[in-house]
Every structure is written in C-alpha cells, then in structure tokens.
Design a protein around this ligand. Structure first.
Ligand SMILES: [Zn+2]
Length: 467
C-alpha cells in the first residue's frame, strides 16, 4: 500500500506490479515478524438417519435422506511466541452455551485452551441435526427422537475437541493472502406492511454481498486452505420433500466446488452477519446448489486475481458482554402466558415461573461472546455470537475501515438474535417473535448497538500495532 501510493497511479499496472513485488520481497518480511503457523483438520459428522433437523418450527417429521456428508473443519493458528487460536467451521444451525460447556471444559483440560481461543462458527444450515439443549423449544422433538439427538450431540462434542487437537498438531509455516469478492443472492427478508414487519423478499432492504477470502499456502506454494465467508441464512430449502434431506446448504456446495477447483486444499466457510437475509430464490435443494455455485465462483474469482499479503503474528481480544433486555414481564403476565394456546409461549412462561419458584432472578440481560482477531495490521476478524443482523456488519466495516475488517456472526454460541437499534425500533421477527424460541422475554434495549460498537472499537484500538 505504502509503496504504490509513493509511485502514484499514473504508472498503471506495471508500477503496481513492481510495487506489489517490492512489498512482497523486501518490505513485508522486514516490517513484520513471522506470521502464525497454520494447521488444518476435518472430521465427518454425517448423522445416522432418521434424525430431526434444526432451524424450522414447521417440520413435521425427522429427515430420512441425505444429499452429502456433513463436516466439521478446524483451522489452527500458532504464533512463533506460542499463542494459539482455532477457527472451527461447523455444518450445523447453531450451538448453545449449554451445548458448548463440556466442549470448553475439555479443550481447557486436554489442550490448555482458554475461553475465546476456539471460535466454533456455525454455518447456520437449516438442514442439519437438532442438537441437545440448543433451540429445542423451537423444534420440540418428540421423546422417540430424543435418544438419537442425544447420541449425535455427545458424538459431535467429542469430535469438536478432536478436530481442534488435530488442527493444532498440524501447524506448520504458511503464507496468507486476503481478498474480497461479491455474490448477490442474499436478500433482505424484512417486508413492511402497515405497522407490521413480515417475512418476504425486500430488494430495497440492506444486505452485505461481500465475499471475503483468505488463502493459506504452504512454504512450497501449494494452496492448503481457503477461508471464505458470506452473510446470509442457510435457508435455500424451505418446504417439500427436500425439507427432510440432510445437507450443509449453499455453503457446503460452495465448499465442494472450491475443493474440486483446488484439489488438496480445504475450503472453510465462516458465516457473516446476515441474520435478516435469506437466499433468493429459495425453495428446493436445487436453489442451495445454485447459490453454492455463485458463491464458489466469487471465491475463485478472488483467488485468480492479485491478493493482499497478510503478514505478522495474530493478536486476540475476547470478551463476554452483557446486553440489557427490557424489564421482565410481571407475574400476572407470566400466569396469563402459561395458559396461552401457543406452546412456545407456554414453555417460555413456564421456565420463567420455575425460576421465580426457585427464588432465582429473571433474566435482565443476555451474555454474548465477542472477539477481535488481528493478523499483523493486514486483516481484522470481528466475531460475534448470536444471529447478528446486517446493520452491524455495515457499521463495523465503516468504523473499522482502515483495519480491513472481516465480520463473522454465529461465533462461539448463539443465545438469540442480535438486532440493531433500527430493528429494535421497528420490531418484527429478529427483534420480538424469535425471542420465544430462545426462551427470552425481550426485546433488547436499543442501546445494545452502541454498546457493542464501542466495545469493538476499543478492542481493535488495543490490538493496533501503531497508534
Ligand atoms: Zn436464523
């Protein structure tokens, strides 16, 4: 960047190419200490059939087919000075705090990994198994299906620990390059009808069409891994027979295309902040495959053009922030809701009433893991738990523009949706009606957006090498 600015734009491509070569061969290694060693690992997590799938309240029965294997992949980074961080890309809708507790404990026990150093990023496919203690109020699996869910969950918890260990054991020197493409199938799904916000296609609503890409090469120049992201729900499949087919959705199809294009490399998907976007068009598995093609095409385009070198060790800042909720419901309201015709409303009220009966306080806030992972001064991953709406992605990219931000949602765990101040004012699914599935009375207070942005700004400032 610095060299090309000195040369000026009038020299065109040759000057830029020379500048890039100079930056690579002279400036980058001299300016930055060596970057992290990188390790990768993958495990198969395809469930036995039949099994209940997560993400939609409307499914009537377990899935009895699968379109391809599900995977959990890990990419580990280890600095020359020893610090470690691991991205885990998981083919599932999401994981809860309760589901992750035994995994966190074992990562600490067996690998001495502190909270925050392993970020499980769920792809948010809506065609993968229901997990124990995760969004179970939404799907309400009958007792007959419980045993299989328990069994799959225990096995996945073991595999998560195993894949992290395997990626760390694989760490070796690597070079990193970053770029960004674009795919346009994410569609804002909030449609305004009178004073209501309903589900639909809103081509005027905000979306984030960026496709960030990080290429990892070995010292011999072969591509070992390609990290890529996109900000959109994994809901291409929404009804019919395809609703009962296990699949990793558009992200997994994109991954397959990329691994065919780049044999021997592992492609890992990191979900963005697009919780108020659905793919368009949507309906069948064929739509997921089509979106996978578009996304893979965007990534391949980036890989084929000059990319920015990313150098230097990483630094991590991790925090668990408390996001305040509106005042909890009165006892009267809870008693009324406990008689509701809606089973989800009844279950939420019953859980709150149980807390009161046990002398426990009602939830006043929701804890949310957040993190910033900065590679030298070249790339800044901004990670948030929860189903994060697109306004956060846009605002973080604006306020952190000079830091080359890459925004990631569904990281660590998902307690509920994380709406912006605008959405909290407007209402609708991401603000109000989704909360019942997560067992909370909401909504959040409008101040949570500024609280989060300020916290991220201060974390990034802490990690900058230069003031
Ligand atoms: Zn969702």
């Amino acid at each position: 960047m610095k060299t090309s600015r000195l040369l000026g734009p009038q020299r065109g491509r040759v000057a830029l190419a020379l500048a890039a070569a100079a930056a690579l061969s002279i400036h980058a290694p001299a300016a930055q200490p060596p970057g992290p060693n990188i390790g990768i690992a993958v495990r198969d997590i395809t469930p036995e059939l039949p099994i209940r799938l997560a993400g939609y309240a409307g499914r009537k029965r377990p899935a009895d087919k699968r379109d391809h294997a599900l995977q959990v992949q890990a990419l580990a980074m280890q600095n020359p000075s020893g610090e470690r961080f691991v991205f885990v890309a998981l083919d599932n809708c999401e994981v809860s705090h309760a589901f992750m507790q035994p995994v966190r404990d074992r990562l600490k026990e067996t690998l001495q990994l502190e909270p925050g150093t392993v970020a499980v990023v769920s792809s948010h496919t809506h065609s993968a198994p229901v997990l124990d203690q995760t969004l179970t109020d939404m799907t309400q699996p009958p007792p007959a299906d419980q045993e299989r869910i328990q069994h799959y969950s225990r096995s996945l918890q073991n595999t998560l620990v195993e894949v992290v260990g395997a990626a760390l054991a694989d760490c070796q020197p690597a070079t990193l390059e970053h770029g960004c493409g674009r795919a346009t199938f994410a569609m804002n799904r909030r449609v305004y009808q009178g004073d209501q916000v309903v589900f639909g296609d809103n081509p005027d609503g905000p979306v984030d069409w960026d496709v960030p890409v990080l290429q990892v090469k070995g010292t011999n120049g072969t591509v070992r891994a390609v990290l890529f992201g996109y900000a959109c729900h994994g809901t291409s499949v929404r009804s019919g027979d395809d609703w009962y087919v296990v699949s990793g959705e558009y992200m997994a199809y994109a991954r397959q295309h990329l691994e065919t294009h780049q044999p021997g490399a592992m492609a890992l998907f990191l979900t963005g902040m697009g919780a108020d976007a659905d793919p368009a068009p949507r309906g069948r598995l064929l739509d997921a495959k089509r979106h996978g093609l578009e996304l893979a095409g965007a990534v391949i385009g980036v890989l084929g053009r000059p990319m920015r070198p990313v150098s230097g060790p990483f630094k991590l800042a991790y925090d668990e922030i408390q996001l305040p909720l509106a005042p909890p419901p009165t006892r009267e309201q809870l008693d009324k809701d406990a008689q509701s015709n809606d089973a989800h409303v009844r279950m939420r009220a019953a859980a709150y009433l149980e807390r009161l009966a046990a002398g426990q306080p009602l939830p006043q806030s929701v804890p949310l893991p957040i993190a910033v992972l900065r590679l030298g001064d070249d790339l800044t991953f901004v990670l948030m738990g929860g189903e994060v709406v697109v306004d956060y992605s846009h605002r973080l990219k604006r306020v952190l523009a000079a830091d080359h931000p890459w925004t990631i949602g569904y990281a660590y765990e998902v307690p509920c949706y994380i709406p912006s101040a605008r959405l909290i004012k407007e209402g609708g699914y991401e603000t109000d009606s989704s909360m019942v599935y997560y067992g909370f009375y909401g909504p959040f207070r409008g101040a949570i957006e500024n609280q989060l942005i300020q916290q991220f700004e201060s974390m990034v400032a802490q990690l900058r090498s230069h003031p």
